[in-house]
Design a protein around this ligand. Structure first.
Ligand SMILES: [Fe+2]
Ligand SMILES: [Fe+2]
Length: 258
């Protein structure tokens, strides 16, 4: 059987949530996707509240993954413990709420979704994502594993994909908010793209008002980032997985522009 998995890039602000609510179910139908994973770390701009997480689940996300902004809306902590359909990076060091891997049933299969975060250029207290991946994938009980690797550096994302080649059916990068054109299948069957991109305002710097980003680079006082206005896009990739061979057989972009 072929299982189609849709992975959606970081949902930014009200605009991102709005396009997700209006378009995700249609995109699932058009692509024939059985299972959808949405990165939600920017639903509040930085962070996500329980209400925003519920809205993304209602929009059609089967699982929400997060990243370096997980704790910017600290009220998410209790929700991470209570709601099994939302994950935070598995390799946070120390004692933090929530979980970094979940196993979900879909089409009679147990799909493990793993959320990891890179260490290059991300200033967080993290264990090695490579060792965390080993530990979790070796101990979990599942039929297929897929990974959202939230990382800044393209090198770290590529290295992780090759490290997990044959162990994960799909691995996609998130965090940079810029879609990459390198959809590929690695030799042992892992479908890979370096970054999904984002779901949010098109005319922006990574989703925020350009003048706010420019101000920071000119040395201006830091100010609260505001989401840009105007039409939005939805960046996503579709992975087609042969469930008997546990290998990816096709990867393609599945973006929407409004
Ligand atoms: Fe991020
Ligand atoms: Fe992000």
């Amino acid at each position: 059987m072929l299982l189609k998995l849709l992975a959606v890039g970081d949902v930014v602000g009200e605009g991102g949530q709005d396009i997700l609510s209006r378009r995700l179910r249609g995109l699932r139908e058009d692509t024939g996707a059985h299972f959808t994973v949405v990165n939600g770390e920017n639903a509040s701009g930085v962070g996500v509240t329980p209400a925003q997480a519920r809205r993304m689940l209602e929009a059609g996300a089967d699982v929400i993954t997060l990243g370096n902004h997980t704790w910017n809306r600290i009220q998410i902590g209790d929700y991470l413990d209570k709601e099994p359909r939302i994950l935070r990076p598995a390799n946070y060091a120390g004692r933090v709420p929530g979980r970094g891997m979940g196993v979900y049933s879909c089409q009679g299969l147990r799909i493990a979704v793993l959320n990891l975060m890179g260490r290059l250029e991300l200033n967080s207290n993290l264990d090695s994502p490579f060792k965390s991946a080993d530990w979790l994938l070796n101990r979990g009980s599942y039929d297929l594993a897929v990974v959202d690797f939230h990382a800044e550096a393209t090198s770290e994302k590529g290295a992780m994909a090759w490290y997990l080649d044959g162990r994960a059916a799909a691995l996609w990068g998130t965090h940079t908010h810029v879609p990459t054109a390198d959809c590929q299948i690695l030799p042992k069957g892992t479908g890979f793209v370096t970054d999904l991109g984002m779901t949010g305002p098109r005319r922006s710097v990574l989703g925020i008002k350009p003048e706010h980003s420019i101000n920071l680079f000119l040395g201006g006082l830091p100010r609260r980032y505001e989401e840009a206005e105007g039409n939005c896009k939805l960046n996503a990739c579709l992975f087609t997985i042969d469930t008997e061979k546990k290998k990816c057989v096709a990867v393609s972009r599945a973006d929407i522009e409004e």
